[in-house]
Write a protein that binds this ligand. Sequence first.
Ligand SMILES: NC(=O)c1ccc[n+]([C@@H]2O[C@H](COP(=O)([O-])OP(=O)(O)OC[C@H]3O[C@@H](n4cnc5c(N)ncnc54)[C@H](O)[C@@H]3O)[C@@H](O)[C@H]2O)c1
Length: 308
Amino acid sequence: MKLRKSEVIYARRRQTLVSAVSAISSILIAGSGFMGSGIAYLAATKTSAQVFIFDSAKRALDNAQQTFTKLGQSSLQKGFIDETRLDQAQGQLKVLSSLDKLPELDLVIEAISEDLAAKQQLFQSLDAQCPAKAIFASNTSSLPITALASVTTRADRFIGMHFFSPAHIMKLLEVIPGVDTSITTKDFAIEFGQHLGKTVITSKDAPGFITTRLGMVLLNEAAFALMEGLSTAEEIDMGMKLGYNHPMGPLALADFVGLDICLNVMQTMHDWFGDSKYRPCPLLRQMVSAGHLGKKTGRGFYQYSGVA
Ligand SMILES: NC(=O)c1ccc[n+]([C@@H]2O[C@H](COP(=O)([O-])OP(=O)(O)OC[C@H]3O[C@@H](n4cnc5c(N)ncnc54)[C@H](O)[C@@H]3O)[C@@H](O)[C@H]2O)c1
């Protein structure tokens, strides 16, 4: 069967992208916290690349190695991976406690704390050390990609790759090109995400992109509903679970995400859009200032037993 010219071009382009993804032999995950450790596991089990993890806190690096083992054992028990592949993945993982003497990298996925200045500083330092071909991706959930890319000399090879937690399980990857991201980098990120087993959606660059913007506005509005005394936390959550088929109510989800993170994201969207519809709920501010951050501290909109 003779292919049309456009089909030939598409097939060639696709082949180039597949080759670019399989040519990735060394990945740095910068930040080995909650998200970084999950992304490291995902990258090591779904690619044959050497996966380096770096964190400024030694404890986070130790935790990431424990998480890797825990996720591996659980996947093994569930039959998602076999022992040989898990051993291989374990061998692909290397811990870096400093950024001195970096190996030659093809891809960096940054997952440090949600702080624009800290992320910019890290990217600036990586930019000075990494080869020009290396692609930089940020897992930020709200910060504008263009602002992160602007401190590097590779805005064309800089992109948002927003994974969801837990990164090795959640099906979605949101890809966000900045204003200067090249089409090749965007296509690469989509192809790479699909190679990791994700369904990819794309969003133009705006604070919170699609998913954080829509999700956080709901969580913030649920906090307003509680603050205004419309109902109890349980009933507000039940309303969204049974009325809108959400698997989890917005207040329970806010506790799971962390109320400090919810507040931070709302503040970012409020600052960047300058629109009062993103003002953080005062109840959220109050709970964060009281140290009630949700599940991780044992108290948020709900109480959790067995947590410090
Ligand atoms: N938690 C989520 O559900 C979620 C989901 C999607 C995206 N994200 C995004 O992923 C990123 C990380 O979030 P997280 O929940 O994993 O946070 P986390 O606090 O669990 O981990 C952040 C890690 O970054 C390290 N770190 C901070 N500054 C550093 C620096 N300058 N150099 C090296 N390491 C540094 C910290 O030591 C910590 O281990 C954030 O941008 C967040 O918005 C989070």
